[in-house]
Write a protein that binds this ligand. Structure first.
Ligand SMILES: Cc1cc2nc3c(=O)[nH]c(=O)nc-3n(C[C@H](O)[C@H](O)[C@H](O)COP(=O)(O)OP(=O)(O)OC[C@H]3O[C@@H](n4cnc5c(N)ncnc54)[C@H](O)[C@@H]3O)c2cc1C
Length: 362
């Protein structure tokens, strides 16, 4: 009966806990400083939009490929999870194509012939007649928008239904997690889903992890149906443009920024004005052409994406006599890669506890 402790209750930790708990015989405890319901600059998941816009290059596409079928199922069949279908529109500006399409937001999203054209439903390249001025090309496909304020508590509920026990604690060192199982037994495996804080956690101290700061504005104005995003913007290389309406009255997220190495927790008012201006330009229906004065703001927000040089860390390591499976560093794709990564965590845990067949069910 493997005893597992998951450190972290963001989308990564909760999805791992759920898949591990669905597997027969596992006993799972989640230990976290922050839980769904908290809004804190050290806790990324509540701040995300979130939607599915594939970001990795093809060589690292497994995580997003494997996650999409589950996101689609949740949107189609599980309304209480807080996802709804929306059309993603990816626009490649002429200037960015000429400069080699190096978007701050993503390596793979704006590629001219992306790997995900085979994966995302209803993918189509836009004809020239449908392109806004200044665009080289663009594509559309069916995606989802996730209301994270509903989805994260829903994940907690699913975990609880499968026997997961939650504990609040702040750990100084990863090896402390091995003694945190609610069973009183020493954990056979610890899953490290500590997100950005992996750079400060004793025994891990990953210097490759740093924030990619995302500032957003959440408004009551509606922009349902299409979620446009562009490959760059005139306001600077670390500013980005996206708009998405969350399911079930969650408001509309206007983004954003992608500022690597910036830990600033407070929204910058100048940046907020630029975000709103860009949003009403790309989505005039937000305010019926009346400009940013007609935006009805719910709140300004800042979240820190857990960016990692070299990409996500998904591997096992023996630390102070305990097996640790790392799953952190998902940058801007933690939701859209969550099930694919959690599936790999289950495989690694199985290797450690000596099971050969993966019995997990999404
Ligand atoms: C503005 C913005 C927009 C985004 N948009 C999208 C999007 O559209 N699609 C998408 O897929 N992703 C998006 N993301 C990225 C996504 O939010 C992240 O990749 C994801 O939330 C990371 O989740 P995580 O579980 O790894 O980390 P977190 O959510 O930060 O969770 C970490 C957990 O570990 C715990 N923890 C850490 N250290 C300790 C310790 N020492 N002791 C105890 N507990 C500890 C924390 O308390 C927390 O519970 C966006 C992010 C931002 C900021």
């Amino acid at each position: 009966m493997p005893t597992i402790v998951v450190l972290g209750a963001g989308v990564s930790g909760l999805t791992c806990a759920l898949l591990l708990a669905k597997q027969k015989g596992n006993t799972v405890t989640v230990v976290a400083k922050h839980m769904p319901g908290d809004y804190d600059i050290e806790y990324t998941s509540p701040w995300a939009g979130a939607n599915v816009l594939p970001m990795n290059l093809e060589k690292d596409s497994r995580w997003e490929r494997r996650t999409w079928p589950e996101m689609r199922r949740l949107a189609a069949e599980v309304p209480e999870a807080g996802l709804h279908f929306q059309t993603a529109r990816v626009l490649r500006r002429k200037v960015d194509v000429e400069a080699g399409l190096k978007s701050a937001l993503a390596d793979g999203l704006f590629q001219l012939s992306p790997w995900y054209r085979e994966v995302m439903d209803n993918f189509r390249e836009l004809p020239a007649s449908e392109l806004p001025p200044g665009m080289h090309s663009g594509a559309e496909f069916t995606s989802v928008c996730i209301n994270t304020a509903i989805y994260l508590p829903w994940l907690v509920g699913q975990c609880a239904r499968h026997g997961v026990v939650f504990r609040r604690a702040v750990l100084k060192h990863i090896s402390e997690a091995a003694r945190m199982s609610h069973t009183g037994r020493r954990a056979d495996v610890v899953v490290n889903a500590s997100g950005l804080l992996a750079c400060r956690l004793g025994g891990v101290m990953d210097a490759k992890v740093q924030p990619a700061r995302g500032q957003i504005v959440l408004v009551r104005n509606e922009a349902a149906g299409v979620m446009p995003t562009t490959s760059g913007c005139d306001d600077g290389d670390d500013e980005v443009v996206y708009v998405m309406q969350r399911a079930h009255g969650g408001g509309t997220i206007l983004g954003g920024t992608y500022q690597k190495g910036n830990w600033e927790a407070n929204p910058d008012p100048n940046v907020a004005v630029r975000i709103m201006k860009r949003a009403v330009e790309t989505h005039p229906e937000l305010t019926g052409g009346k400009g940013i004065e007609a935006l009805d703001i719910i709140r300004h927000g800042v979240g820190l994406r857990p960016w990692r040089e070299g990409g996500v860390r998904l591997e096992k390591e023996l630390i102070d006599g305990t097996w640790v499976v790392h799953n952190y560093g998902h940058a801007g794709w933690g939701y859209q890669g969550s099930y694919g990564c959690a599936e790999r965590v289950v495989e690694l845990v199985d290797e450690i506890v000596g099971r050969t067949k993966c019995e997990s069910k999404l």
